[in-house]
Design a binder for this molecule. Structure first.
Ligand SMILES: N[C@@H](CCC(=O)N[C@@H](CS)C(=O)NCC(=O)O)C(=O)O
Length: 356
């Protein structure tokens, strides 16, 4: 992005698609309607009249029901290389400046370079809010015209054996989001470039980078259509948050770090698992499992009426717990917990993310 004193915004993207496809995505309603608004919004109505002097109008709908409309006039149309049109927000509470969008498309090996300038903002905050909006919209444009679809834009980095990576993958699968899994170990340069603490997973949606599994899932949940990963009521949403936090704080450490990893990466004398460490962890488990069993009660999920982020955090941990002798013996003593796990284990998102 390039900023200058006249408050213009320039975004440059390489898109793996022919120029004509990118050009048509800007001017044909059937394509533009699918991408010309940030993630999490839709365009229920639009009119595109792509000839010099012709008008377009789009109406955007946010998840909370609020609507935003923008319109403009085509100034220049040279398919497939150049396009210029005015852009003005409509409605009382919207900035009423008329701005100018110029799109230049250049042929590159295996794709197109898009250079988009949105010029004439009256101030820096307005320019910056458009940078955020266009960055997200251009991710959707890439999803649409790149043959790989969303998997060209949405990237999850991590080791598929990690419980947190599996949680994120299950969330993406539940939402029906296509993504690319880029294998990466903790603390490697590619992870540290996105995650200051070097843990996995790390996530990118185009230029939006995130770390921490719960933040990644929050983003995925709101940015993409599909079933919600958080419950519908205030109380249940808080309950979901409560369990995500509790699983991170009181379950992962005990069950994975202090137990599963002792078997998986033995550090005891003569390369055997450290029995003292294992027994200390096992002693604490019945009380923790009983808390979960009570939380399920008669339901199959931890919060609300259907699967939520809370269940996605727990299932990969219990999957590993069951692989080792003490965990395998303990778990059947908690019937509600077992019922909840049977429910989540029957889901495609769980089966398809099984660590190899
Ligand atoms: N709070 C982080 C935890 C992630 C985490 O601890 N991941 C483990 C793998 S399951 C990791 O990166 N471990 C490497 C380390 O602890 O240095 C999240 O929610 O994403």
């Amino acid at each position: 992005m390039n900023r200058n004193a006249t408050f213009d915004l320039t975004l440059i993207r390489f898109i793996r698609a022919p120029r004509a496809a990118v050009f048509d995505a800007f001017v044909q309603a059937k394509h533009a309607q699918r991408w010309m608004c940030p993630r999490g919004m839709t365009i229920p109505q639009s009119v595109f009249n792509p000839r010099v002097g012709g008008r377009f109008r789009i109406e955007m709908l946010a998840r909370d029901g609020s609507k935003f409309a923008a319109a403009g006039v085509y100034r220049e149309i040279v398919r497939p290389e150049r396009l210029a049109y005015t852009w003005q927000w409509l409605g009382k509470n919207m900035p009423n400046a008329e701005t100018l969008i110029t799109v230049a498309l250049s042929e590159r090996a295996a794709g197109t370079e898009l250079r988009m300038t949105h010029a004439g903002f009256p101030d820096a905050p307005m320019r910056d809010s458009h940078e955020e909006g266009w960055t997200s919209s251009l991710n959707k444009l890439t999803d649409l015209v790149d043959a790989r679809g969303q998997a060209a834009t949405v990237l999850l980095l991590g080791d598929p054996r990690s419980t947190y990576v599996r949680t994120a993958r299950m969330g993406l699968a539940e939402k029906g989001v296509k993504y690319t899994l880029e294998p990466a170990a903790p603390h490697t340069p590619e992870i540290l470039a996105l995650h200051p603490f070097g843990r996995i997973p790390a996530f990118r949606d185009g230029r939006v980078a995130l770390f921490e599994t719960s933040a990644i899932l929050r983003y995925v949940d709101e940015a993409f259509p599909g079933p919600s990963l958080v419950p519908g009521t205030v109380r249940d949403r808080a309950r979901c948050e409560q369990w995500v936090s509790a699983i991170n704080a009181y379950y992962y450490d005990l069950m994975i770090r202090r137990y599963v990893l002792q078997y998986a990466f033995p550090k005891g004398a003569d390369g055997k698992p450290d029995r003292v460490a294992i027994e200390a962890a096992v002693k604490e488990m019945p009380a923790r499992l009983a808390i979960l069993d009570a939380a399920y009660g008669e339901r199959d999920v931890l919060a609300g009426k259907s699967l939520s982020m809370a269940d996605l955090f727990l299932a990969p941990i219990l999957f590993y717990l069951e692989q080792f002798p003490e965990g395998k013996e303990l778990l059947p003593q908690y019937p509600n917990l077992m019922r909840g796990q049977a429910a989540i284990r029957s889901r495609a998102s769980f089966r398809e993310t099984a660590p190899g």
